[in-house]
Design a protein around this ligand. Structure first.
Ligand code: HEC
Ligand code: HEC
Ligand code: HEC
Ligand code: HEC
Ligand code: HEC
Length: 493
């Protein structure tokens, strides 16, 4: 082919190629447009979802640091508010939840439904708390909606003059404390502690409310309870960390437990000013707490049958959880008791705070981490609880027997001085047992730690019984094994 022919044929080829090229280009442009459109749509969608998840509310009302009424917060956050209202539900599980008991309202106590009495379920409790208000009225705890009424109307208010300190964990106290302290939270707290209960009661309106856990500006979690602000500081100090400020130094995941630790803890009222104090100066473990009480010489009451200087433990969920594998693995109270649930594009926290073992809860509460069937998870949790319950019963039978022996020794003429050592051992044995008894998960939060405490308790009882025998008094023959009446109370739970 010569040059000329080649040029002609190239021109011919270009002639037919050009329209084809054009079609190809147009196709590419169209395709690019389509792909771009879909990518953009997807990105916008993801972005919107993220925005929704981050800022899942429409400001219907302006909230500020004095907005106490949860119904107002509920206008901005209807999902969380609806669930919060559902804490009135009363359903029981094998060891938790709670059972509703109907009653006829009276002028003194207008409640028509109560939670079941724990004293009736287990009469041994009356024995170990003899002479203390808890032997008069002690019930299963129920949902947050009831906290203020249950505290106001418990029989324990009638047998003892309680201080305003009680309010700290049973009402929305943030705004009332600040008012009382002229803007100073701690001053208000100190003032209310010193008031008689029923005077303080007039200053509060709601059970725990949104403002107690959330900053109204940005909805971030925050600690509002002076007891915890101070308690966590002394605990950190026991670990060598100085000037710990929980609201600026805690991680978000820690806060998901700390907000609950504001109330679900062991506490006592310190001194004449009845200052609410969390006894964490040596650490959070039961024996460290007991060592602190022993050192300060604090007692809640003198046992009416033995005269021993006793301590009453109250709901140490936070301290117990801290000893367990879940806490160690970074699992927070909120992960199990306020798990995320999906509502459309939103992932929200279930504000119906309750037992994770209730029907329907295990999926959100446990299966996010444990890929095993619901029935198997429930069985695993109950296997832990069954074992702890059995050990608790054995330790309690032994303690009740020991109390009977101290009493018999007293009747047989033992002096106060002779009963000092057995009394101290009763105090220790009972404190460690009560730590497990009054903790509300029946060992689930920290199985091995709970078992260790029951084991130590049993050992103190054994030493106490030996100390009684060493007095050489003529005492009735000891009984062996669990008492039949006690065994039947085991069956009832
Ligand atoms: C790994 C999951 C998990 C974590 C984390 C956890 N809990 Fe629990 N909690 C449970 C289970 C399971 C029970 C037993 C419920 C039952 O027996 O119905 C329970 C029981 C309770 C109860 C008694 C509930 C009832 O219905 O009687 C309270 C109160 C409680 N936990 C508070 C807390 C607090 C406070 C924290 C954090 C300091 C915490 N829990 C951490 C799983 C958890
Ligand atoms: C540090 C926080 C805190 C303080 C202070 C506190 N409570 Fe409670 N209270 C709780 C928690 C948490 C529960 C639920 C767990 C339980 O019942 O074991 C509860 C449960 C109760 C209940 C229902 C169960 C029962 O025991 O019958 C009553 C009644 C009650 N408290 C009365 C009082 C009285 C009276 C005072 C003052 C002497 C008081 N509380 C002080 C945290 C507290
Ligand atoms: C202001 C104190 C306070 C705070 C904060 C608090 N609780 Fe409670 N909680 C109580 C009291 C008091 C009760 C018992 C109310 C009653 O029996 O009337 C209770 C009851 C419960 C129950 C038993 C519910 C039932 O239906 O049996 C669970 C579970 C529980 N709380 C878990 C939590 C978790 C998890 C947190 C943190 C997200 C938390 N609580 C924060 C004081 C508090
Ligand atoms: C006992 C403490 C407590 C109380 C009371 C409480 N919340 Fe929460 N709330 C939480 C926790 C824990 C989270 C999870 C926060 C996180 O993971 O950072 C949360 C999260 C939220 C969020 C963020 C979105 C979500 O669901 O995770 C909103 C909104 C919210 N709460 C609204 C409310 C409202 C409204 C009220 C009152 C009706 C309320 N809360 C009462 C503990 C509480
Ligand atoms: C955020 C994750 C997470 C959640 C939610 C969670 N767990 Fe766990 N669970 C763990 C981890 C981590 C361990 C430690 C063992 C391991 O590393 O596999 C564990 C251990 C256990 C164990 C063994 C305990 C022991 O002492 O050996 C049981 C039983 C258990 N979980 C039950 C539950 C139940 C029931 C729930 C719901 C109420 C639950 N878990 C919720 C992460 C979780």
């Amino acid at each position: 082919m010569n040059i000329k022919q080649r040029l002609i044929s190239a021109a011919q080829r270009r002639g037919t190629a050009f329209p084809r090229m054009l079609a190809f280009l147009v196709a590419i442009i169209v395709m690019t447009m389509v792909v771009t459109f879909f990518v953009m749509t997807l990105l916008i969608n993801i972005f919107e979802r993220k925005q929704e998840a981050r800022n899942p509310f429409y400001r219907v009302v302006e909230l500020d640091d004095t907005t106490e009424d949860p119904a107002l917060w509920g206008k901005n956050f209807p999902q969380q508010y609806d669930a919060y209202l559902r804490t009135v539900d009363q359903i029981r599980t094998k060891y938790g939840g709670n059972e509703a008991v109907q009653r006829t309202p009276t002028n003194v106590d207008p409640r028509s439904v109560l939670a079941r009495s724990r004293l009736e379920s287990d009469p041994r409790l009356r024995k170990i708390w003899a002479g203390y208000a808890f032997a008069v009225d002690f019930r299963e705890e129920r949902g947050h909606a009831y906290m203020l009424d249950d505290q106001t109307y418990t029989e324990r208010q009638r047998v003892v003059k309680q201080p305003g300190t009680c309010m700290h964990c049973h009402a929305s106290v943030y705004v009332p404390y600040k008012k009382l302290g002229n803007g100073d939270l701690i001053k208000g707290f100190e003032k209310m502690n010193r008031m008689p209960y029923f005077e303080a009661r007039k200053l509060v309106t709601h059970p725990v409310a949104c403002i107690d856990c959330h900053d109204p500006k940005n909805m971030q979690l925050r600690i509002t309870r002076p007891g915890f602000l101070e308690g966590i500081r002394v605990y950190r100090e026991s670990q060598g960390i100085r000037n710990y400020d929980v609201n600026t130094m805690a991680t978000r995941q820690e806060m998901r437990s700390f907000v609950c630790g504001q109330c679900h803890v062991e506490y006592y009222f310190k001194g004449q000013e009845k200052r609410l104090t969390y006894p964490w100066f040596k650490g959070l473990q039961a024996d460290q707490i007991l060592a602190y009480y022993d050192e300060t010489g604090f007692k809640d009451w003198a046992h009416s049958e033995t005269g021993a200087p006793m301590l009453k433990v109250q709901h140490p969920e936070f301290e117990t959880w801290k000893q367990g594998i879940h806490s160690r693995a970074g699992v927070a109270c909120a992960d199990c008791h306020m798990p995320y649930k999906r509502v459309g594009a939103l992932k929200i926290s279930d504000h119906h705070v309750s037992s994770p073992l209730l029907p329907g809860n295990i999926t959100n509460a446990c299966q996010t981490c444990h890929r095993v069937p619901e029935s198997e998870l429930k069985a695993r949790a109950e296997a832990i609880q069954d074992r702890v319950f059995e050990m608790r019963n054995v330790a309690m039978d032994a303690l009740v027997e020991f109390i009977g022996e101290i009493k018999a020794a007293r009747i047989a003429g033992a002096t106060d001085n002779q009963l000092m050592v057995p009394g101290k051992l009763q105090r220790k044995a009972q404190f460690l047992l009560d730590f497990v008894e009054s903790e509300n998960s029946m060992g689930f939060h920290a199985p091995q730690e709970s078992e260790r405490l029951l084991f130590l308790s049993l050992n103190y009882t054994r030493q106490g019984q030996k100390a009684i025998r060493a007095l050489g008094l003529a005492l009735p023959a000891p009984t062996f094994g669990a008492m039949p009446a006690m065994l039947s109370s085991m069956e009832k739970r």
